[in-house]
Design a protein around this ligand. Structure first.
Ligand code: ATP
Length: 198
């Protein structure tokens, strides 16, 4: 199965773009959602999370205490790295099992930190969705009802745009002038051809 990663900075529109690929029949694996699910349902992952953060990582009803974990990893980079070292291999396995079940010419894996986590290396191709930073800030402030400062804080934690551009094979520009659909269709056609040649 041909694997294609898709990413973009916060508010770039990667989820919106993924919905368009889904309309074309291409299945999308949402890595960040999968990671959150594994923390709740995968026994091995849960054990490792408790080892790292203690029993307080879960409530008595077995649901995840996200705020407790978020507060710790926000201040402690070592804990964040240790958490990623638990989640990333589990997500990678889940993606491989899922992708083998799909019947399309290629599949998409959406991940916010595709390049930062190095997981782009496992894919055949990677797509970068870009938007002007001011537009991203405006969209996220509206979507999440949050402040400019909070959005900027999250943007600063991600790899700079020019670094991502060097690593991507395909680009989608989601600004206010260009339409997304023709860009998605063109890349889809190219990917179908590449899958045939594989
Ligand atoms: P995050 O990293 O925070 O998950 P994202 O990159 O997945 O963000 P989206 O959620 O797709 O970004 O888009 C951010 C917001 O901007 C959403 O509310 C979405 O509906 C809106 N948006 C994205 N692209 C467009 C567009 N071309 N026209 C209008 N609204 C858009």
């Amino acid at each position: 199965m041909m694997k294609v990663g898709i990413t973009g900075g916060i508010g770039s529109g990667k989820t919106t773009v993924c919905k368009l690929f889904e309309l074309l029949g291409i299945p999308v694996f949402y890595a960040d959602t999968a990671g959150k699910e594994l923390m709740v349902h995968n026994l091995g992952v849960k054990k490792a999370v408790v080892n790292l953060f203690g029993e307080a990582a879960y409530f008595l009803d077995a649901s995840l205490n996200r705020k407790y974990i978020a507060d710790i990893v926000f201040k402690d980079e070592q804990k964040l790295n240790a958490l990623n070292a638990i989640i990333h291999p589990a997500v990678k396995d889940a993606f491989l099992i899922w992708s083998e079940k799909q019947k399309t010419p290629y599949v998409l894996k959406e991940a916010a930190l595709l390049f930062e986590s190095k997981s782009y290396l496992d894919n055949d191709y990677n797509i970068l969705v870009s938007s002007p930073v001011e537009l991203r800030i405006k969209r996220v402030m509206e979507r999440d009802q949050t402040s400019r400062e909070k959005v900027l804080e999250r943007i600063e934690k991600q790899l700079p745009e020019d670094e991502k551009e060097k690593l991507a094979d395909f680009f989608i520009l989601n600004n206010e002038e260009l339409h997304l659909i023709p860009q998605v269709l063109k890349i889809h056609q190219q990917l179908v051809l590449l899958a045939q040649q594989k």
